[in-house]
Write a protein that binds this ligand. Structure first.
Ligand code: FAD
Ligand code: NAP
Length: 315
């Protein structure tokens, strides 16, 4: 067991965490990042990233996040590969203990633990993840130009993504487990008016079908839950849009969370309900969920941290 003391403790090593680290290190604050289980964050699960500025040709998520990690190390961030299991924000310095029995004490904390997409939990879904199965139309829709795709879900995200995908795909089938959508009325009107979109009501995905060599999706076996009938829908892409959950379990009794569990921050700020604790990236952002936005948010959190620390009486 080791004890680490720092002016800025950053929890999470996605775009928000690394960017916060880079800014804090360049401000001379000697930050420590605790990387968590998923070193590099969600982007490491995806292959071609075409929308992160600075790369003229697609870059893999793993490579992009390795570059961010190296940049953070090069400017002096200390990165510890460990996972925070408990936090105490009731007194300063804030203390966080970890899976490897380390204790991290931070004069400030930046939380950048991200959010995770919900998945159906099918074995075939896991097999084709990144090879036709996606949880982000904004990220991957571009790859389905003139192809047939499906979106699973009946909320605002599913309807938004179905409409968005019609900009690329030949056809979009929305698959929903009930006979009515929970999406907002105005979105539903746009969905039903779009000639490229069809809805499969009362249906669930039984299996994602595809080929092994090359690995790729060719269709879905759907089951109608009212009739128990099954049928195959031919699609090359399937977008899961059944919700996200922010990684905020640890902070439940420490910080104000919104009704969906995202960390609440002051308007136009990363300041949480506890002074000196900041949140950046997807963990506080149910809306945009993009790497460049998370990185921007990490930058804001670090700038606010610096301002906060410089306003504290010197010991
Ligand atoms: P994350 O990237 O989720 O990182 C969270 C970090 O917190 C991880 O390092 C994790 O290990 C750490 N962590 C969690 N709990 C703990 C803990 N208890 N202790 C310590 N650390 C912890 N966006 C784009 O802009 N372009 C794309 O092409 C794109 N493609 C995507 C493809 C997929 C399959 C997915 C899932 C997402 C994609 N996104 C894309 C979205 C993008 O990945 C996210 O918006 C972005 O990663 C959010 O960054 P973040 O730093 O907030 O959190
Ligand atoms: P959501 O509102 O929770 O909807 C999730 C959808 O997925 C529901 O239709 C649900 O079905 C379905 N679902 C959940 N688990 C499933 C499973 N295992 N199998 C099949 N279907 C499943 O999530 P969201 O759409 O991501 O929205 C999250 C929040 O963001 C909401 O507050 C939303 O309003 C907001 N948002 C707003 C906008 C916008 O305003 N434009 C856009 C995106 C998101 P049931 O309906 O049967 O429960």
């Amino acid at each position: 067991m080791a004890e680490y003391k720092t002016k800025v403790l950053i929890i999470g090593s996605g775009p928000a965490g690394y960017t916060a680290g880079i800014y804090a290190a360049r401000a001379g604050l000697k930050p420590i990042i605790v990387s968590g289980e998923q070193i590099g964050g969600q982007l490491t699960m995806t292959n071609d990233i075409e929308n992160f500025p600075g790369f003229a040709t697609p870059i893999s998520g793993m490579e992009l996040m390795d570059k961010m990690r190296n940049q953070a190390l090069n400017v002096g961030v200390e990165i510890i590969d460990d996972k925070i299991t408990e936090v105490d924000f009731s007194q300063r310095p804030f203390s966080c203990s970890s899976e490897n029995h380390n204790l991290f004490c931070g004069e400030t904390v930046i939380i950048a633990t991200g959010a995770s997409a919900r998945w159906l939990g099918l074995e075939s879904e896991t097999k084709f993840r990144g090879f036709g199965v996606s949880a982000c139309a904004t990220c991957d829709g571009f790859f389905y130009r003139n192809r047939d795709v499906a979106v699973i879900g009946g909320g605002n995200t599913a309807v938004d993504e179905a409409i968005y995908l019609t900009g690329f795909a030949r056809s979009v089938t929305l698959i929903h487990r009930r006979d009515s959508l929970r999406a907002d009325k105005h979105l539903q009107e746009r969905l039903f008016a779009n000639p490229k979109i069809r809805v499969e009501w009362d249906s669930v995905v039984d299996e994602v079908l595809g080929t092994d060599n090359p690995l790729g999706v060719t269709g879905l076996r759907l089951k109608n839950i009212k009739t128990d009938e099954t049928k195959v829908l031919n699609v090359e892409g399937v977008f899961m849009a059944i919700g996200h959950h922010p990684n905020t379990e640890l902070f439940k009794n420490q910080l104000k969370l919104d009704k969906d569990g995202y960390i609440e921050t002051l308007p136009n700020s990363c300041q949480t309900s506890v002074e000196g604790v900041f949140a950046a990236g997807d963990v506080k952002d149910p809306n945009f969920r993009q790497a460049v936005v998370a990185a921007g948010s990490g930058c804001i959190a670090a700038l606010e941290t610096e301002k906060y620390l410089s306003a504290q009486p010197q010991k």
